[in-house]
Design a protein around this ligand. Sequence first.
Ligand SMILES: [Ca+2]
Ligand SMILES: [Ca+2]
Length: 508
Amino acid sequence: MKLPGSRNMRASRFVHQRAMIRRALFLLLALCPLLHAERPNVLFIAIDDQNDWIGYLGTHPQVKTPNIDKLAARGTAFMNAHTQAPLCNPSRSSLLTGLRPGSTGIYGLAPGIREVEQLKNHITLPQTFTQAGYATSTHGKIYHDGSIRPRDQKAEFNDWGSKGGGTKPPEKIAKLPPQLNHPAMDWGIWPPTDEETPDWKIASSAVAALEKAPSDKPFFVACGFRLPHVPCYAPQKWFDLYPDNTLVMPLVKEDDRDDLPKFADFLHWRLPEPRLKTLRATNEWRPLVRAYLSCTSFMDSQVGRVLDALEKTGRADNTIVVLWSDHGWHLGEKLITGKNTLWERSTHVPLVFAGPGVTKGAKCQRTVELLDIFPTLLALCHMPERTDLEGHSLVPQLTDASSPRPWPAITQHNQGNFAVRTEDWRYIRYADHSEELYDKKADPNEWYNLAKNSKYDAKKTELAKWIPKADKPPVPGSKERILTYEPLTGEAIWEDKVIDKTAPLPEF
Ligand SMILES: [Ca+2]
Ligand SMILES: [Ca+2]
């Protein structure tokens, strides 16, 4: 006999079971992001001081980078990517925090991010992956050397691999004047074998991490190469790729600096990097260009070793590879060498993405920023979006390289000095409000500063609107390559010394 209400009881049990199932499904879905197998791996490759002399960019007719070009062919290569800061520590601090230099207040070689009060607890790019349960490791130079104290290291990456120690030749190879006695200012054939170089050791460390990466969770392997940062040393066979009598030298306009505002000098007022005049006087210009190209090719070969190791793991199809350089380097253009400028050779860098979700063999002409790497990786790896990051996901361009992107690329060097790069223009405004403007289509070498021509006033106003509001003074502890400007007195101060504005750009 059926009791009255038993149907109701069954119905209620059924409803209850359904609710349980629904709750379990909901819980499973909620946990899905934590199911590591769902997420792709990341191989994060950084290059130090690598300008745009990379095969796929077509900017130097001679440079040989077959491995980076191969990566570009199996992914989307950015033709117009720019750094946020033309110096290691501020560039890397920006990329890894996802914040512009004007927001971090980091402009010099110190301090590191964790010594800055407002950034102490900021979740960085590597930390995001570490906290999401990835097996994370760093090899070589990802953060600027020494910028993360040992006690803070584990919060960034689970494992810290080889930094890539190297050796010095018995004596300096480059014949520079005694005033240029900085240990890094050297270039030439050294050491005898590839295996003795720092970048070989860094690649080996990253290869080992790929080989032993646990199979039950995704990995994030960061591999930061040191070349072609000075000293530009590579073994003989890499120099053999560029015989001296075949070298294609950078184009230089001898009076190129005559139309620059004086403030342009102050950004690189006194540096260990030699000026072109010194290189010519010592017959070191060609050797430096040759060494830089050779080091780029050697570094490329080590990128190849790491990419080959990734293939061998069998996990390449589920690995996002991103390759970038922290900023460029002049080799005579604008009569200088080194970084610390707001011009193309300092700001334009290689940037390549490859892997799941990335169009193969595409070249994107949009101006993009290194700042975009962080939000792009979050999107590609199905991580929650962050509203505090200042870059923009490149997923639209990785899906279709011709997707529009409304933002220009902004580079900042010290407080108040900005470059705004669109596909057609470069506009520079210095802290004293002096300006430069280049028509990139008509003048790719940035030889003709149009800023004083009133015909371009509207263009300058349009571009200046992109200059970020956040423009912090250098944070406490800032040092090395710090330039400040006092608007009330008009004084420019380089590394704590007032600049004599009537003096020419120092030669050494
Ligand atoms: Ca660098
Ligand atoms: Ca000029």
